[in-house]
Ligand binder design. Structure first.
Ligand code: PEP
Ligand code: MN
Length: 280
């Protein structure tokens, strides 16, 4: 028997029995996450230039992707690595997404940026490193923006759900959880994708949960198998890093799929999506 975490009043399934379907506010595409459609979110780790993002978005939209990701504020381990284009990156993301009629996701790190970032993007992403940035959780909780909350790499499921509870407790119910791998003793790949988290969260909470096999493994060769596995165990969507020139990407090139590899992923997941009675 799984624990029930009674303190988690709002995210808990004991309070709200039906699965939450998030209607992404502000997007013309009428995107729903958590319903019968499997959400596919793809794009580069970081917005590097208009030319770079345009090339990637063009390929992705040809493959039917409706949600474009791209970071403008990057939480990098080293202060000497590319930190993101900030507002210039947000402008590029919005411009390119408008051109291809796509909904956008971008990361936010600082509570002071909520207004600014929200004015450019449809979905706010809170990354693994900020899962317990409580002022940030509270600030996004004061909006009605859709939020993708990624699991901290050293967080338990209770801590993960408690972080979501912070956002709901401030009045924003539009939270999508994202399993993106945790740190374990295993060092053959960047992270260990905790697939059991998906059915566990499904049993405990009514919130949608997507899976990010790009950060979850950090290995190109593991992304397709883990995408299939994630869908098979109930994930409501995938977040995948794609780049047209991964070798020269300014961040996470080593885990970014080429558009043709991403096309292969889309083809290979199709029978699994059908098997779990979902559409995409
Ligand atoms: C990202 O999505 O590029 C990212 C930094 O993810 P995470 O917070 O999961 O490491
Ligand atoms: Mn990344």
């Amino acid at each position: 028997m799984l624990k029930t975490y009674k303190k988690l009043k709002l995210v808990n399934k004991t309070r709200k029995k039906t699965q939450t379907i998030i209607n992404v506010n502000g997007s013309k595409n009428k995107i729903q996450i958590g319903g019968e459609n499997l959400a596919i979110i793809a794009g580069p780790c970081a917005v590097e230039s208009e030319k770079q993002l345009d090339k990637i978005a063009k390929e992705l939209s040809k493959l039917g992707v409706k949600i474009l990701r791209g970071g403008a504020y990057k939480p990098r381990t080293s202060p000497y690595d590319f930190q993101g284009l900030e507002e210039k990156g947000l402008k590029i993301l919005k411009k390119v997404a408008t051109k291809y009629d796509m909904t956008t996701v971008t990361e936010i790190m600082d509570p002071r940026d909520v207004k600014l970032v929200s004015s450019y993007t449809d979905i706010l992403q809170i990354g693994a490193r900020n899962m317990q940035n409580f002022p940030l959780l509270k600030e996004v909780g004061h909006t009605k923006k859709t939020v993708i909350l990624k699991r901290g790499m050293g967080s338990t499921i209770e801590e993960f759900l408690s972080a979501a509870e912070y956002i709901l407790a401030e009045g924003n119910p539009n939270v999508i959880l994202c399993e993106r791998g945790i740190r374990t003793f295993e060092d053959s790949a960047r992270n260990t994708l905790s697939l059991a988290t998906i059915p566990t969260v499904k049993q405990l909470s009514h919130l949608p949960i997507i899976v990010d096999p790009s950060h979850g493994t950090g290995e190109i060769d593991l992304i397709i198998p883990m995408s299939k596995a994630g869908i098979a165990c109930g994930a409501d969507g995938l977040m995948i890093e794609v780049h047209t020139d991964p070798r020269h990407a300014l961040s996470d090139g080593e885990q970014s799929l080429l558009p043709k590899e991403f096309a292969k992923l889309m083809k290979e997941i199709a029978p699994i999506v059908e098997a779990v009675n979902r559409k995409f």
